[in-house]
Structures are given as structure tokens and as C-alpha cells.
Design a protein around this ligand. Structure first.
Ligand SMILES: *[C@@H]1O[C@H](CO)[C@@H](O)[C@H](O)[C@H]1NC(C)=O
Ligand SMILES: *[C@@H]1O[C@H](CO)[C@@H](O)[C@H](O)[C@H]1NC(C)=O
Ligand SMILES: *[C@@H]1O[C@H](CO)[C@@H](O)[C@H](O)[C@H]1NC(C)=O
Ligand SMILES: *[C@@H]1O[C@H](CO)[C@@H](O)[C@H](O)[C@H]1NC(C)=O
Length: 353
């Protein structure tokens, strides 16, 4: 059973992956047809051995191919045969029955559908052309539930409103757009994102007023003004954290930006968050479908967001973030996988924390 918290961990894992791709090793870069998985001698399992060059995905060529034979391939387009979830172009899902890339699973509860495949939730149904919750309130994940509630122990439960108690560790989350604000204890109350002033206590950057260039210092847990440090005089160290919390040490001995600065958040992310909230978009399986609430309503904000979060690291296999292409054609099919991962962090921010 897919529970919400598992998804959070999957996304967190993906985010760690994207950040680790900026450092600390020089990436191996693979071309089309090259194998991209390597044996991890510590765990005995296969892991991504580097990065595929721009636009390629590391995936099984044929359905059921062993992980060790996965290779860099062009993503499969609409209605093409696919081998598994990550082989389709962005905005498409690999249908688990027919193994075709389809534009499916994009609609949230209450949105129009022409077949049950359109609905994101696996337990929801398409009734009278509208995605509808399972009458008993059962759910597999949040997209089986109405806006403002989430799936907890396989039942839809309302999310916390302004001022209500919350505890992210216990799974009592706040409604989208609010965050669990804590002062010093571990439990907290649902309050506005980005609301703490200079000197306020914080547990994440999203607690601090980022439009005032504030971030949450991991050393003090206090909202402080962010000043970008100079490049270190000596090579940064891969083993010690010699760059600040917005940078990571890469294999050329330089610190590279690895997450958005506070002002980039306030310029790029806040407008997208506000648009998603205004349109009452919720998380859906195929978030990047051209028919999802987010892409339909917040396309231009998504472009601004992408523009604000392009990190400069020459060592990531020439994987530019391709946001220009995406924004010119206004087609989600050109968003690179790195952008997907960055947006996944945004999804966590809005929908879970
Ligand atoms: C997709 O698979 C089907 C059956 O497995 C095959 O008949 C068809 O030719 C394939 N299409 C493409 C474009 O490869
Ligand atoms: C946190 O502190 C602020 C004042 O510093 C207070 O207004 C607020 O109610 C406190 N919140 C909690 C959850 O204790
Ligand atoms: C952040 O600071 C700005 C400028 O002082 C202010 O206008 C805004 O309301 C603050 N944001 C929040 C969420 O408190
Ligand atoms: C810094 O790292 C680069 C790249 O690995 C290396 O060529 C250079 O010698 C290093 N410099 C110092 C001072 O260690």
C-alpha cells in the first residue's frame, strides 16, 4: 500500500539524489545506449552510476530488463511502448497493463474525467465525468482524497487549519500553504509559511521570511540574513562540510550552489506556491501532465520558478535545466529531470509540510 509518508521519503530520496549529483564526485557521463547502473559494492545492489547526457533517461530497454542492463535512452513519447515508470517522457505515465506511455492520472478529486484512467487516485472513480472519492473514504494516497484532506492509515483525514496543532513527525500535517510552526518544543501549530522575522526560531528555511533574504541557520536554528560566502581560498573538502548550507563541494575543489537562495525562493517559488494554492491544485500522480491543475493554471509561474533555480555546476554532464525550451514551447515535455526533482521539493513543501 502506497502511503503518503512513503512518498515523502521517496521524494526526499530523489532530492538527495539530485543534490548529490552536484557533488562530491565528478560524474560519469553516459551517452545513448550506454549502461548507466553500477554495482554498489557496499550494498550489493545496483545504483545509478552517473548521469545520462541531456534529455536521456536511465531505464530498462525492455520490460523486465535487469537493473544492471539499464541504459541511457531517449524518453518514450505518447502512445509508445514503455518498459516501466521512468521510461516515458515527462507528463506521461507508463500504463501498468498495456505498457504504453499515456497522458493519464492527472485529475484530482472533483475534476473532469473521461475514464477512470484520468483520475490520479487508484481508489477513486470517474462518476458522471467527475473524479469521485471512494464512498467509504478509503484511500491509497492523497489524490484519493478531497482537497484539504490527506490519506492517513488508508483513510482520508482533514489537514490542520491555521492555529490547529500539528506534528510532522507524527503525520499530523497542515493544510496546503501553511507550515507546522514550532517555537522550541517538537510539536507546533499550523501557521503561515515564510513568516518568522530576523532572529525568530526556525526549523526550516520555509519558516523564515525569505523575501527579506532570511534563511534558517542550521547552526543556530534562528532566521538569519543570508550572505553568499566567497569561494574558499583552498580546495573545499569532500569529506568535511567546507561549503555553506546552500553549496556543495565538487570534484574540482570548488563550492557549487545546490539549493535556492532565500531571494530566489521568494522570487521564484512563492509565486508558484501562491498560484497552486489559489487554484486549489493538489498533488496528483502525473503532476506534469499538460492536463494537470498545476500545468494548466500555473505554467508561467513554473517557468519563473525554473529560471530562479538553475544552479551553475559545470560538472553535471552538461545537463542544463532546459527551462528556456520548456518556457518557449510551453510544453512540459522539455523539462529536464533535474527540474522535476527540484519541483518535487516544492511538492513536499506545499503538500506535506
Ligand atoms: C509495441 O508493442 C506491440 C506489441 O508488443 C508491437 O506490436 C508494436 O509494434 C510495438 N510498437 C512500437 C512502436 O514499437
Ligand atoms: C511562538 O512564539 C510567538 C512569539 O514569539 C508566539 O506569538 C506564538 O504563539 C508561539 N507559538 C507557539 C506554538 O508556541
Ligand atoms: C515578509 O516581509 C515582507 C517585507 O517586510 C512583508 O511585507 C511580508 O508580509 C512578510 N511575509 C510574511 C509571510 O510575514
Ligand atoms: C585542487 O583541486 C584540483 C582538481 O582536483 C587540483 O588540480 C589542484 O591541484 C588542487 N589544489 C590544491 C591546492 O590542492
Amino acid at each position: 500500500m502506497k502511503v503518503l509518508i512513503n512518498l515523502v521519503f521517496i521524494y526526499l530520496y530523489l532530492i538527495c539524489e539530485v543534490f548529490s549529483s552536484y557533488a562530491p564526485e565528478c560524474s560519469s557521463c553516459f551517452s545513448e545506449g550506454q549502461r548507466c547502473m553500477v554495482l554498489d559494492t557496499n550494498s550489493g545492489s545496483y545504483k545509478n552510476g552517473g548521469e545520462c547526457y541531456n534529455g536521456l533517461v536511465c531505464t530498462a530497454k525492455n520490460k523486465g530488463d535487469d537493473e544492471k542492463n539499464w541504459q541511457c535512452m531517449k524518453p518514450i513519447e505518447l502512445n509508445g511502448n514503455c518498459s516501466g515508470e521512468n521510461s516515458c517522457d515527462i507528463g506521461l505515465t507508463c500504463d501498468p497493463v498495456e505498457y504504453k506511455c499515456l497522458n493519464s492520472r492527472f485529475a484530482q478529486i472533483g475534476e473532469k474525467c473521461s475514464s477512470v484512467l484520468d483520475c490520479s487516485g487508484t481508489l477513486s472513480s470517474c462518476k458522471n465525468g467527475i473524479c469521485t472519492v471512494e464512498p467509504s473514504g478509503k484511500c491509497d494516497d492523497a489524490s484519493d482524497c478531497e482537497y484539504g484532506s490527506t490519506c492517513s492509515n488508508n483513510l482520508c483525514k482533514p489537514l490542520g487549519k491555521q492555529g490547529e496543532p500539528c506534528d510532522n513527525y507524527k503525520g499530523t500535517h497542515c493544510i496546503y500553504g501553511l507550515t507546522c510552526v514550532t517555537n522550541s518544543s517538537t510539536s507546533g501549530t499550523c501557521g503561515a509559511l515564510y513568516s518568522k522575522p530576523l532572529g525568530g526560531t526556525c526549523s526550516s528555511d520555509n519558516d523564515c521570511n525569505q523575501s527579506q533574504n532570511l534563511y534558517c541557520s542550521i547552526k543556530t536554528n534562528i532566521c538569519e540574513e543570508y550572505i553568499e560566502p566567497q569561494q574558499p581560498k583552498t580546495n573545499c573538502s569532500l569529506t568535511q562540510d567546507s561549503c555553506d548550507q546552500f553549496h556543495e563541494c565538487s570534484c574540482d575543489g570548488k563550492c557549487y550552489q545546490s539549493s535556492a537562495f532565500p531571494t530566489q525562493v521568494s522570487q521564484g517559488i512563492e509565486p508558484l506556491v501562491n498560484c497552486i494554492l489559489k487554484n486549489k491544485c493538489t498533488w496528483v500522480t502525473n503532476f506534469f501532465s499538460s492536463d494537470s491543475c498545476m500545468t494548466k493554471n500555473c505554467g508561467s509561474e513554473l517557468c519563473k520558478y525554473s529560471g530562479a533555480t538553475i544552479f551553475d555546476n559545470a560538472l553535471s554532464c552538461g545537463n542544463t535545466h532546459q527551462s528556456e525550451k520548456y518556457c518557449d514551447s510551453n510544453s512540459v515535455s522539455r523539462v529536464s529531470s533535474s527540474i522535476i526533482l527540484l519541483i518535487s521539493s516544492l511538492i513536499i513543501l506545499i503538500f506535506y509540510f
